[in-house]
Design a protein around this ligand. Structure first.
Ligand SMILES: Nc1ccn([C@@H]2O[C@H](COP(=O)(O)OP(=O)(O)OP(=O)(O)O)[C@@H](O)[C@H]2O)c(=O)n1
Ligand SMILES: C[C@](O)(CO)[C@H](O)COP(=O)(O)O
Length: 224
């Protein structure tokens, strides 16, 4: 079955700050977004990549591609007001039947093994999310008080989140809700069950300047 991935890079990067959008910042000399797209080509050279980028950043991106001789095939869709709207714009280019993954453009360290297992599981279970265990103690904060909660009952959620494309397109016909912080939450709100698989801990979301430091360190350690 055809495999798609929507690489969403339509955000504002407010927590990162700075003049250059975080998806274009270099890690080891290569822009984050190119590394992320390369991770999917490394997994499958035939995967259909749809890059979702704010319209006003697309010319800058094309310049960057020329400068870095980045010549991978992909199609482009305009970013939207929220991640939900960006995904919806990208999904408009997806033809069914297919499997479609949604991956944050700022998660360049996803491993080929995790991508492969997400798509393989989605071909059986229809909705798959990679996640990792919580390794610190977790407290639930309620107004002035807080309590420790059993951390084994929680997971940290990553991307790519992979779905049967017909299912995901239907889910994204729902009206937007601020509760939709990822794609699984959109699918779940239709009453669907989401399967979890083990992610890779290096698959961090580059969100703050601190994460850039971690990313540089990871680059030295990993060959992914
Ligand atoms: N309107 C939006 C908002 C987010 N994203 C993407 O969703 C991913 C996860 O979002 P996040 O890391 O929070 O990025 P930003 O929204 O850019 O960050 P911030 O909240 O700090 O502004 C990123 O790859 C981001 O580009 C998107 O495609 N369209
Ligand atoms: C999709 C996501 O990366 C899963 O962990 C996350 O929910 C994105 O959250 P953000 O607040 O848009 O960064």
């Amino acid at each position: 079955m055809t495999q798609y991935v929507l690489i969403v890079a339509g955000g504002k990067g407010i927590r990162m700050g700075g003049d250059i959008p975080k998806q274009f910042l270099p890690i080891g000399g290569v822009p984050v977004l190119m590394r992320t797209m390369d991770a999917f080509y490394a997994y499958n050279q035939d995967i259909q990549i749809i890059l979702v980028l704010p319209h006003d950043q697309q010319a800058f991106w094309q310049d960057l591609c020329r400068k870095h001789h980045f010549e991978r095939p992909y199609r482009i869709a305009d970013g939207g007001e929220t991640r939900f709207h960006s995904v919806k714009n990208g999904l408009a280019l997806v033809e069914t039947p297919a499997l479609v993954g949604v991956h944050d453009g700022v998660r360049p360290f996803v491993s080929s093994d995790v991508i492969r297992r997400c798509y393989a599981e989605a071909s059986q279970k229809h909705a798959v999310v990679p996640c990792v265990n919580v390794v610190e103690t977790l407290r639930h904060v309620q107004e002035e008080r807080s309590v420790t909660v059993p951390r084994d009952e929680y997971r940290l959620v990553q991307t790519p989140q992979v779905f049967d494309a017909t299912l995901l397109k239907k889910a994204y016909e729902q009206p937007y809700s601020p509760q939709f912080t990822d794609d699984a939450s959109v699918v779940e709100s239709m009453g669907m069950v989401v399967s979890l698989i083990e992610g890779n801990r290096e698959n961090i979301k580059i969100t703050t300047p601190f994460d850039l430091k971690i990313a540089s360190a990871l680059l030295e350690e990993c060959s992914i």
